[in-house]
Design a protein around this ligand. Sequence first.
Ligand code: FHN
Length: 597
Amino acid sequence: MKTPSLFRLAVILAIVVALFAGRALAADTSAMPAIVSNETSTQRDARMKWWREARFGLFIHWGLYAIPAGTWQGKPVAGIGEWIMNRGKIPVADYAKFAAEFNPVKFDADAWVRLAQGAGMKYIIITSKHHDGFAMFRSAASPFNIYDATPFKRDPLQELADACRKHGMKLGFYYSQAQDWHHRGGAASGGHWDKAAQDGDMDAYLHDIAVPQVKEILTKYGPIAVLWWDTPTDMTRERADLLAPLIKLQPGLITNNRLGGGYEGDTETPENKVPATGYPRDWEACMTMNDTWGFKSYDDNWKSGEKLIRTLIDIASKGGNYLLNVGPTAAGEIPAPSVERLQQVGVWMKRNSESIYATTASPFRRLEWGRATRKSGDAAAGRPGKLYLNVFAWPKDGALIVPMRGTAKKAYLLSAPSVALALTPSPAGLRVTVPAAAPDPISSVVVLEVAGPIDPLPPPPITAGGDGVIALGCDDADLSGKALRVEGNTQLNLTGWNSVESYAQWDVRIERPGTYRIAALYAVPSGQGGSDFNVTVGAVSLATKTEVTGGSFKSVVLGTVRVEETGPTKVTLRPAKISGAELMRLRSLTLQPVATP
Ligand code: FHN
């Protein structure tokens, strides 16, 4: 926090006076209840209901950065497109000149909403102001906005709000509350580069720009479903306290966890990654379709439609929402590759969305062939519970094994509900006899109607591969301890190892007695090595210390253990003394048999 300025004291005084007058901050916030919410869990569930059922939303990053589109002064600027001003160190006055060129006449709010709806999305979140400080709406708080500073002279947020209302689409606004590279005093990650134009008092910036603009976006556009804060750079509790009460301007508003100042908001927001095991509270993975949020003319690294569909399924199977991004061009068009992919997702959703909407997380830790979601039933209403089995790898032998004990009543393909599929119990679980060919090459849905609670079978113990090595992935472990969790998208790692109470345990089957060399693939940042930990294989333990890997993942040999007993056993990795923030980030452990002469 900077030294309190006279101005900041005046702001605080004004708030106190307003509160005493029974009003918070200003006349238009008079209905605001106390900052601390007394919401009950039932009320919260009611508020979150539509969002939890939606599962799929469209993120739109649209702003002036679509004009340079990744190129400044003839040179490509590395990184995400909407950061070009910061990464290219573009002076404020030069960047502001883009406004005179911004005339996105091809913008068609109705078409955007129809596109999102066609993809099966239930809500849209658009950048009302990104870090570049340019408001994509008509703002009385700053002339640096699309209505006043451009030849366009239209308010896209108004048009989008109208179109959303017309089509029954929920609308949310992204607002960069702290970082603002245009207005004096706004924060900038990495510091101000055009000091003469950017330096200033952040509290004054919040008072003059952020607070009034958030009021505008929450009062001028009808019902707003979500307020999506971003990057709480330099946000202290006091600063966040200026913004937090404004959420009461929209009854039922949902906010994310990025306001700062210790406010948790309603949702966790993993970015460009799907957490391996979900989160213990509502979460939404926001993800790009290529490698940028804002339009970058030469970023063609598009994820395939199949990847997007399977990501949606993966996220739903872990109980989260998928907020999938598009970056419209300076002309106001969603790039064709994005449109094509959204249409492809829409084709799949048209047939299979029942396995996504209003579902909850899978009861299974891991399924070899795909993912599952579920819906609980209502015995009194005669409605069975359902398991939706999204099969990515269709079984070649016509037998889909669901690792659960058999309480299922009926199985059928979502695409052919009247044709019952045979169900037979087997030691590995319930066997569903499925047709030879997959009905859908991307993911086919088998529905299992279940009578009572689902009783998943524990996954089989891990055994040695053909080379004799027992490989223990971080997502195969049973985790104990509050913060310990698996993170990552394709490259997973075990993180949050900040207490000696936290440990990871694997079920393995030792088939050959002997000496095993234990190695761990982990990352430990500089200055945080030297933590003590133990790896135990059955009754044998190995005490060791972490080495610094400089933050990158490195395979480290921990030592050897002699294992005499064969059969099922447990391998445990448990910290004994942690130096630094956490023990390590662990990707895998391996037990390699050591050849004895
Ligand atoms: O800096 C921003 C980035 O530009 C983009 O808006 C993403 C979307 O989640 N949020 C920030 C980085 O976390």
